[in-house]
Design a protein around this ligand. Sequence first.
Ligand code: HEC
Length: 143
Amino acid sequence: MKNRIVFSLLGFALAFSVSAQDLSDKQRAEIESRIKPVGEVCLEGDNTCGGPAVAAGGSSAPRSGEDVYNAACMACHSTGAAGAPKLGDAAGWADRIAKGNDALYESGINGVAGTGMMAKGGCMNCSDEETKAAVDYMVAGSQ
Ligand code: HEC
């Protein structure tokens, strides 16, 4: 009588530990699939992961200057990080704008040596055209 109770308890414990094992495998898989996308996110302004993550949209149509700005330039140009001229800061842009568009495109595409302004702001998947559109967007918003 006593033995039988012990046996059924033991059986219960075994059954429980087996199903708990199953559950944790499933949970592990679930957790892995939940975590995975996070590992692929690349934060704006993080230069260690091949340029900011920019929604490519699956098409080769160039993104607008505003889209490129928001994705690749805003990290510095909205805050003035590293001494970047801020979007909308007319005084900060006046001398730069005076150099002419070509000089600004050149800076946008190739960067400004010795400053935080990297080529294309670090946006590896921005075309020259898209970078110029982003420069136009910043210039238009800063006079
Ligand atoms: C990591 C920070 C950072 C990012 C991201 C960044 N910039 Fe800059 N940018 C700077 C800094 C700092 C300067 C000022 C450089 C200097 O001292 O002339 C600057 C200056 C500029 C200038 C003016 C250059 C000149 O000749 O006067 C342009 C144009 C420009 N950035 C375009 C862009 C564009 C377009 C993007 C996005 C595709 C971008 N930047 C992203 C930091 C950044």
